[in-house]
Ligand binder design. Structure first.
Ligand SMILES: [Zn+2]
Length: 292
């Protein structure tokens, strides 16, 4: 059961803090898109289907009880960029905004920002328990948002072509992932399922899981992440068909906003054979759902 705070003060303060963070992120991402040139090429869809399951209504047509969830569908929202204090972005990194390579703050600036947020939340960054927190948070960002340093295309470069003529479905399901929504920087987590029909070869199965991690460790929406995974597989492997399905719980919906826990959001991308043939979608969904 969710326990209501016993005074309105806390709720008001948290709401005001959220507004201020939203405004700050908006202004930051606005500045990044205005001044730093092209942003991440994350909406390249290569004629992607809009992820509609057979017999299911598109997400956009469903009644949404939560404005936040509707907001998550805005794939064109500018990406707000954190500054993980780890290795510089490799020159080969694609699908990463130029802004990350150039305008990144120093580690000291990142820690100062965490201290500001701690004060904004209402705590004292100088008390003993919080003294090392800014450093820990800056370090944790290196892992939580390490996807900005990774090149998803490069992960799939090694294609195994000797597959003895195997051209049937390859499905990797139940890949766990942890990500953060770009609207609140609050976690969403769940499972990814990826299937493709190989043409010129197959990739190591673990590489598909690493592709999921790469995009999960950036700020985006679940919808964008689904398309990004399909995009990279399509551009490198050129398979006869791709199906990607993500199911996740968004803590920004469970902990704040409408405060509904246990709600799953499902997003899909069907390309090629999966897009053109409803039977292929059924086969994919059956394989995903029928667990031994
Ligand atoms: Zn959110």
């Amino acid at each position: 059961m969710y326990a209501k705070p016993d005074s309105n003060t806390m709720t008001t303060r948290i709401a005001r803090a959220e507004d201020a963070m939203d405004a700050a992120l908006k202004s930051l991402s606005y500045r990044l898109t205005e001044t730093e040139g092209p942003r991440m090429d994350q909406t390249k869809s290569n004629g992607a289907s809009n992820g509609v399951l057979p017999g299911a209504k598109p997400l956009a047509d469903r009644p949404l009880s939560d404005k936040g969830l509707a907001g998550m569908r805005n794939d064109n929202a500018p990406v707000a960029v954190p500054g993980p204090d780890i290795a510089p972005v490799p020159a080969s990194a694609q699908r990463v905004p130029d802004a990350i390579a150039t305008g990144r703050p120093s580690r000291e600036e990142a820690e100062a920002a965490v201290r500001t947020l701690l004060r904004w939340a209402g705590d004292d960054p100088n008390r003993e328990g919080l003294r090392d927190t800014p450093a820990r948070v800056a370090k944790a960002y290196g892992q939580l948002f390490g996807g900005y340093q990774q090149d998803a295309d490069a992960l799939l470069e090694r294609v195994f072509e000797e597959v003895e003529g195997y051209s049937d479905i390859v499905l990797v399901r139940d890949i766990p992932f942890y990500s953060h929504c770009e609207h609140h920087m609050v976690p969403f987590m769940g499972l990814a399922h990826i299937a493709y029909y190989p043409t010129k070869g197959v990739v190591g199965l673990s590489k598909l899981a690493r592709v999921v991690d790469t995009f999960a460790r950036r700020l985006q929406t679940q919808e964008t992440m689904t398309a990004q995974i399909a995009d990279v597989i399509e551009s490198i492997l050129k398979p006869r068909g791709i199906a990607v399905m993500l199911e996740a719980e968004h803590l920004c919906m469970a902990m704040r906003g409408v405060q509904k826990a246990g709600v799953s959001t499902i997003t899909t991308q069907f390309r090629g054979a999966f897009k053109n043939d409803a039977n292929e979608q059924v086969r994919f969904l059956t394989l995903v759902r029928n667990k031994p």
